[in-house]
Design a protein around this ligand. Structure first.
Ligand code: MN
Length: 394
């Protein structure tokens, strides 16, 4: 059985005029993800995550911010020297020394960022727009002179003003930067405004556009996809959506949406559950049970109606099969389990019960689940055996 079928495609997509997406992923888990409060990855953890991201087929990995510490710099250099297929990128302020650190790390791309919003200029930099731009242009020139790929990242771009943003992007285009990046640093966008902003920028700027979305309103994944529809090339993600505050667009959500809704199937999504578990372990940040794609309940079913249908055809209640993301289906026996569903579940466990035995079992299940908890498989097995013994005794 293929993991996606015609049932998985949203019929409504047919009515929307979307060009085929021309995208790449830049995963920023090792940089922005690490800026999650309380998170610090070790060298071995970062190396393991970089290898896994590369195996998934991620095109660009943002490995860190070298000037943070000499240890961080060593890790970025080590990842850059691993010979992965993915290009390696690192972060730099508009400071020559930051770019020199990137050069030392042997990265492919340096992401030079400045904020140009009035708020950041006044309260963070205490500099004028012209002074900040001057720093940025000088730093970009330095990076290009040393043969680095350059992303010019506009931090707080979504509160900068569209004309100012266009003007800056047109200027850096003259310096032949490889990407311009729109960072929705405080997560203010929604899908409509994202689409408008990217479309407007694309009218005048011809350099590939990156989109970097934060999840303060829970829209990071939706905004990222809206940007892709409007022609953004590079989509920024983090595994499990970790990152500053409410986090970033989640890699697993973006990749599965690209596959299911837009037909992009070149990424090895079967590795996503494992990758998610690694980040959960390394970061110490638990995953909500109802988290899309990788949450414990993403493929769990308890309702009798649902389970009975799933046992006949999983797509009745699953958008895609759990195997597609390296996960497994979990049929829960609990308060809402019906007779038909229970019969199917015990059959899958290798048991068969007579009608009376089944009725007895369902009574026990209902009593047992009054405490609102599902029954684990080993407990259910004990109950099945118990019912069989009892019936034999009669
Ligand atoms: Mn960010």
């Amino acid at each position: 059985m293929s993991d996606i079928s015609e049932y998985s495609r949203n019929e409504l997509m047919k009515f929307i005029d979307i060009n085929p997406l021309d995208i790449e992923i830049c995963d920023v888990t090792l940089r922005d993800g690490e800026q999650t409060p309380g998170v610090a990855f070790t060298k071995n953890e970062k190396v393991a995550l970089a290898c896994e991201l590369d195996a998934v087929g991620i095109e660009v990995i943002e490995a860190g911010f070298p000037v943070v510490s000499s240890a961080e710099k060593n890790i970025v250099r080590e990842i850059a020297d691993m010979g992965l297929d993915a290009k390696i990128c690192c972060l730099a302020r508009a400071v020559i020394g930051d770019v020199d650190a990137a050069i030392d790390c042997n990265v492919d791309i340096v992401s030079i960022f400045i904020a140009m919003s009035d708020l950041h200029l006044k309260y963070k930099y205490h500099k004028t727009y012209e002074e900040m731009c001057e720093c940025a242009w000088r730093t970009i020139e330095h990076a290009k002179d040393h043969g680095l790929g350059v992303r010019f990242a506009a931090e707080d771009a979504t509160r900068t003003g569209i004309e100012k943003l266009k003007e800056a992007f047109l200027t850096v285009e003259e310096y032949k930067v490889d990407y311009v990046s729109i960072a929705d640093t405080i997560g203010i966008l929604n899908p409509s405004t994202t689409h408008y902003l990217v479309s407007e920028i694309k009218k005048t700027v011809h350099t590939p556009i990156c989109i970097h979305c934060h999840n303060d309103l829970g829209m990071a994944t939706a905004n990222t996809l809206a940007a892709a529809e409007a022609g953004a090339k590079q989509l920024h993600t983090t595994i499990n959506g970790i990152g500053e505050r409410a986090g970033n667009a989640a890699l697993e959500e973006v990749l599965v949406a690209l596959r299911v809704q837009y037909g992009i199937d070149r990424y090895d999504t079967t590795r996503l559950t494992n990758l998610s578990n690694l980040v959960k372990e390394f970061s110490g940040i638990p995953i909500a049970v109802n988290k899309a794609i990788v949450g414990k309940h993403a493929f769990s079913h308890e309702s009798g109606i649902h389970v009975a249908a799933i046992l006949e055809e999983p797509r009745t209640y699953e958008l895609f099969l759990p195997e597609m993301v390296g996960n497994r289906r979990n049929l829960i026996v609990g308060k809402h389990t019906g007779t038909k569903a229970l019969k199917g579940i015990i059959r899958d466990m290798g048991y068969s019960l007579e009608h009376d035995e089944l009725c007895d079992l369902i009574d026990r299940v209902k009593i047992c689940t009054e405490a609102k908890r599902g029954i684990p498989r080993n407990r259910l097995e004990e109950m099945i055996l118990d019912v069989k013994v009892k019936m034999h005794d009669l």
